[in-house]
Design a protein around this ligand. Structure first.
Ligand SMILES: C[S@@+](CC[C@H](N)C(=O)[O-])C[C@H]1O[C@@H](n2cnc3c(N)ncnc32)[C@H](O)[C@@H]1O
Length: 228
C-alpha cells in the first residue's frame, strides 16, 4: 500500500508540548540548565512556556510573532480541527507509540497552543519575529538551538537552498549544537535533501541520532549538528 501523508499547501499553526520536544529531541533538560536555548519556528508550541516555568532560559523565534494573540487564537483552533480530521485515517502515523487516539492528540495540541497564548501575552519580549533563512541574533548567542516541524517535513514547499541556508544560519547563532526534527517528510519518507546536506555542510558534523519516539512513521530520529 502506498504511504499516504498529510497534504498541506501551507505551513500550519500546530504546536507541540515540552514533553513531546524532550522525547523527540532526546533532550535531558537538566543538561541545559543555565544555558541559552533558542527554539526556531516555535509557532504556537508550548516548549518555551513550559521550559521557562521550570527555570530554563528559552527564546522563541517565528515569523508569526508580529501577530496579536487575539488574532492567533482562532487560527490555532481552525488549524487543529483541520489536522485532527486529516490524520485520523492516514496510514503514516503510529498511534500505539505515544498518543493512543486522535482525541488525546487533540487534547495535547490544544493544551500546547493555550499555554503558548498565555505565555505570549505575558512574556512577549521572549518571542522574536524572524524570517528564516535569516535570524536577528549574534554569532554564537545560544548554546542549543531547536527546530521542529518546518525543515524536511515541508520539503515539497521549501527548496534545498532554503534548507541549506537555514541550517547554516541556525549554526551561526549557536555556540553548542542544533537539533532538527523530524528528518522525514509527511509521507514518512526520509528527506531527499539529507544526503546532499551532509556533503555540503562540510564545516559541521551532521549526525542522525535515534530515539524511541515515533508518531509519524520513521521519525524516530533527529538531526544533530555540531562544529567539527
Ligand atoms: C508546524 S509549526 C511548528 C511549531 C513548533 N516548532 C512545533 O513543532 O510545535 C511551523 C512553524 O514554522 C513557522 N515558519 C514557517 N516559515 C518560517 C520562516 N521562513 N521563518 C520562521 N518561521 C517560519 C510557522 O509560522 C509555524 O509557526
Amino acid at each position: 500500500m502506498k504511504k499516504q501523508g498529510l497534504q498541506l499547501d501551507r505551513v500550519v499553526l500546530l504546536g507541540r508540548t515540552c514533553d513531546e520536544y524532550t522525547r523527540y529531541f532526546g533532550l535531558e533538560m537538566e543538561q541545559w540548565r543555565g544555558k541559552k536555548i533558542l527554539d526556531v519556528a516555535s509557532g504556537v508550541g508550548s516548549f518555551r512556556a513550559e521550559a521557562a516555568a521550570l527555570g530554563h532560559d528559552v527564546t522563541a523565534a517565528d515569523r508569526i510573532y508580529d501577530i496579536s494573540p487575539e488574532e492567533l487564537a482562532p487560527r490555532c483552533a481552525a488549524d487543529l480541527d483541520h489536522i485532527i480530521d486529516s490524520v485520523r485515517d492516514l496510514n503514516v502515523y503510529r498511534w500505539d507509540n505515544f498518543y493512543g487516539t486522535p482525541e488525546r492528540l487533540r487534547g495535547l495540541r490544544e493544551r500546547a497552543y493555550k499555554t503558548f497564548l498565555q505565555d505570549y501575552r505575558e512574556q512577549r519580549e521572549r518571542y522574536v519575529r524572524v524570517e528564516l533563512p535569516r535570524l536577528p541574533f549574534r554569532d554564537g548567542e545560544f548554546d542549543l538551538t531547536l527546530l521542529s516541524y518546518l525543515l524536511f517535513v515541508y520539503e515539497n514547499q521549501l527548496s534545498y537552498d532554503f534548507h541549506l541556508q537555514s541550517i547554516r544560519e541556525l549554526m551561526r547563532v549557536t555556540r553548542g549544537e542544533a537539533r532538527i526534527y523530524p528528518t522525514v517528510t509527511f509521507e514518512a519518507e526520509p528527506s531527499k535533501y539529507l544526503a546532499k546536506l551532509g556533503e555540503d555542510l562540510i564545516e559541521f558534523s551532521v549526525e542522525v541520532i535515534n530515539t524511541d519516539f515515533e508518531f509519524l512513521r520513521n521519525s524516530n530520529n533527529f538531526l544533530r549538528i555540531t562544529r567539527c
